[in-house]
Design a protein. Structure first.
Length: 331
């Protein structure tokens, strides 16, 4: 098969499209003929050696794929209740997605309904499935509660807006600029605020009658985190979901203590490794939401397999207001 592989960790420029052995499925794995792969800032950071754990080269990026099952692990017989050869599926993969074939645990992938394209499906696992694991499973966001979503114009933020709305919460979306905020409104935000023009804490206080947000979803990190913590209600939950700013969140322990707050780390990669069934269950729920029209994942840019280097350039530019997808001819 063809696969993009980095023989050293030095950024996307180290990637080469080359021949590689097709993956052999483990006992509970499926092998997928990849039709679409979603790329994340996590892929970019890992290629640069900035995100632990650092993989041992040669290394193929790509954490989420959609396609058709072409091989089953030895414990996944055709009579078993589970995957079938030829089925369309989307799933999390433990790296290796940017290739014509990828292997993953069968319980970390779910069926794709006919109404959902491969590109749409590949946008779901880490952004939308990860947002549900963070907001639903970890933060226990309930109907009628308020969630403040930072970075609401980016891929993870937009997904959290959609998931928060699907969970019947009130969603306040914070982003920089009218264009990004317009996308948050399209994904279902109830209220918006321009983080570059107003105080996040003051604006949230005004929009919640002084109470603050029950949950803050933070995929940004950096200075934004310290300011957003002040917008959290007493007893609220602060969810760390990434560092799109390139810097960790410098949260004030005094502020956390004063609010009786809970800080939660939403590391989707770790969740998939430790509990693939929980990750798969979350993914199945977001696929069902897409199928029934609750929301449609936003795709910011789509690239052909031969042009995958341009996809990484696009990610590096931090321009994406939605998923970055690479499509593959899996024939």
């Amino acid at each position: 098969m063809k696969a993009y592989r980095a023989h050293r960790l030095g950024g996307p420029q180290a990637l080469k499209l080359e021949d590689a052995d097709e993956p052999a499925p483990g006992p509970l794995d499926v092998v997928v003929a990849v039709e679409a792969v979603g790329l994340q800032l996590a892929d970019l950071a890992t290629l640069s050696g900035e995100r632990p754990p650092r993989p041992k080269p040669p290394f193929t990026p790509g954490l989420e794929v959609a396609g058709r099952i072409v091989a089953l692990g030895e414990q996944l017989g055709e009579e078993a209740q589970g995957p079938r050869l030829g089925s369309r599926v989307v799933g999390y993969v433990p790296w290796g997605g940017l290739a014509e074939r990828a292997a993953t645990r069968w319980d970390a992938c779910v069926a794709i309904p006919d109404a959902v394209t491969a590109a749409q499906a590949a946008a779901l696992p880490f952004a939308y499935g990860g947002a549900l694991l963070a907001l639903g499973n970890k933060a226990a966001l309930k109907k009628g509660q308020t969630v403040l979503v930072l970075g609401a114009g980016g891929p993870l933020g937009l997904a959290a807006v959609a998931v928060g709305r699907a969970l019947s919460a009130t969603v306040i979306a914070a982003a920089n600029g009218a264009a990004r905020l317009s996308h948050a409104l399209e994904m279902g935000a109830d209220q918006i605020l321009d983080a570059g023009l107003v105080s996040v804490a003051t604006a949230v206080a005004e929009q919640t009658a002084g109470r603050g947000a029950d949950v803050v979803f933070d995929p940004v990190g950096g200075d934004v985190s310290a300011l957003a913590l002040q917008a959290l209600a007493r007893g609220g939950r602060y969810v760390l979901a990434g560092f799109a700013s390139g810097r960790p969140s410098p949260l004030d322990a005094g502020q956390i203590f004063a609010r009786g707050a809970t800080v939660l780390a939403a590391n989707t990669v770790l969740t998939v490794e430790r509990d693939p069934a929980a990750a798969g269950k979350a993914l199945a729920r977001v696929v069902a939401w897409v199928e029934n029209g609750t929301f449609t994942p936003r795709i910011a840019a789509q690239f052909a397999f031969a042009d995958a280097h341009h996809a990484f350039d696009y990610l590096a530019g931090r321009r994406g207001t939605g998923a970055t997808i690479v499509t593959i001819d899996a024939s």
